[in-house]
Design a protein around this ligand. Structure first.
Ligand code: PLP
Length: 385
């Protein structure tokens, strides 16, 4: 049974200098109540059994660990793919939303509030809400609504209300601010279902624990302890969940960001959406815009635990470019018959680039989390030469 990782003090929600809770006074009791409810649920075998059953009979877990035989032979590394693309709704996001929606119901909430960028988390949240009979309101930037019509239709088909956000850049960071405001206005009735490992305590810990099913399964499925475990990083939830299964092993933990949204490489410490972490910001400390071909990695921050793992050297973070990512989607598709999401292709691109070099020597055994499937990206891909 996974326990809270040793390097964190659960009571404070700090990861070294990072994390914590930077929220309006009015949200402190709600965060405290959520932390207590999650701790109680997570240590209750009945809650765990209910979640595990949903993950199995509804979400399709365990997802397989697929050997990438052709690429492995060509690259000279042993590459195993953890197939979150095969989970219901097409990505790892289902793991988090099922857990939080069950928790919301257990806390007596009747409504879920979620933020979304490209709409992937919004669709997942609307899915879990539909399954468990909860109302669902999704905050989405006006610009993203224009760009992601299909996901908007998915959400409304699932019965969710999509609220356009017209402030700021009209994208994810503003949608997150609005969702937090909506939570303040209805703290008793609503649960704020955050989509990644950012935000105030307890979200980074809670979402990591809910995603740890990825790493725990992969650890059991892998015939050996790998040399390298690699995953893409937007907010960092699929990577955090993957790393959780290997944190106490000798495996190197590697997170791959988009070059246009590389909070670990190009950012500096700052506070965003309730937590202190690494953030892309301008000289005045204003949160900067991220720019990536993968909408799910188009985020200027990163979860505080990653900032800590990077600062202590336990995990390594690198960036890949949009061009490398597009090439990686195509190469994986042709070599293995798997069309992965542009987000997931960041991890693939790093392996393609580094195999045989100092960062990934020949013979390395690699477990790579394929966070999602690429159907949603076909139009984007088709528009690129
Ligand atoms: C949302 C998303 C991501 C980025 O989120 P993380 O919290 O960093 O995991 C990555 N891959 C896919 C397929 C996504 O939908």
């Amino acid at each position: 049974m996974p326990t809270l990782s040793v390097h964190q003090k659960p009571a404070t929600g700090r990861f070294g200098d990072f994390g914590g809770r930077f929220v309006p006074e009015s949200l402190v009791p709600a965060c405290d109540a959520l932390a207590a409810a999650f701790h109680e649920a997570w240590t209750d075998p009945a809650f765990r059994a209910e979640l595990d059953e949903l993950l199995e009979v509804y979400a399709g877990r365990p997802t397989p660990l697929t050997p990438a035989r052709t690429l492995s032979a060509r690259l000279g590394v042993e590459l195993l793919l953890k197939r979150e693309d095969l989970a219901h709704t097409g990505s790892h996001k289902i793991n988090n939303v099922l857990g939080q929606a069950l928790l919301a119901r257990r806390m007596g909430k009747h409504r879920i509030i979620a933020e979304t960028g490209a709409g992937q988390h919004g669709v997942a949240a609307a899915t879990a809400a539909a399954l468990l009979g909860l109302e669902c309101t999704v905050y989405m930037g006006e610009r993203d609504i224009e760009r992601q019509q299909l996901n908007v239709l998915r959400m409304t088909t699932l019965g969710a209300t999509v609220v356009p956000v017209t402030t700021g850049s009209r994208t994810l960071k503003d949608a997150t601010n609005e969702a937090m405001r909506a939570w303040v206005a209805d703290v008793d009735g609503a649960h704020f279902l955050l989509g990644s490992v950012g935000g105030p305590h307890p979200y980074p810990t809670m979402v990591r624990e809910l995603q740890s099913v990825i790493g725990n399964e992969a650890r059991t499925q892998s015939p050996y302890v790998p040399d390298v475990v690699v995953a893409c990083v937007g907010g960092g939830s699929n990577a955090a969940g993957t790393f959780a299964g290997f944190i106490d092993t000798t495996a190197r933990l590697v997170g791959i960001e988009a070059a246009g949204g590389a909070a670990m490489t190009d950012g500096s410490p700052g506070v965003v959406h309730g937590a202190r972490s690494m953030v892309l910001q301008d000289a005045e400390g204003q949160v900067a815009e991220a720019e990536s071909i993968a909408a799910g990695l188009d985020y200027p921050g990163i979860g505080p635990e990653h900032a800590f793992l990077g600062a202590t050297g336990r995990a390594e973070y690198y960036a890949v470019t949009d061009d490398e990512v597009v090439a990686a989607v195509r190469r994986l598709a042709r070599a293995e018959g798997i069309i992965c999401a542009l987000e997931s292709a960041h991890a693939v691109a790093w392996v393609l680039r580094e195999a045989g070099g100092p960062l990934l020597p020949t013979g390395s055994r690699v477990v790579l989390t394929l966070s999602g499937r690429g159907d949603k990206d076909m139009a984007t891909l088709g528009a690129v030469a």
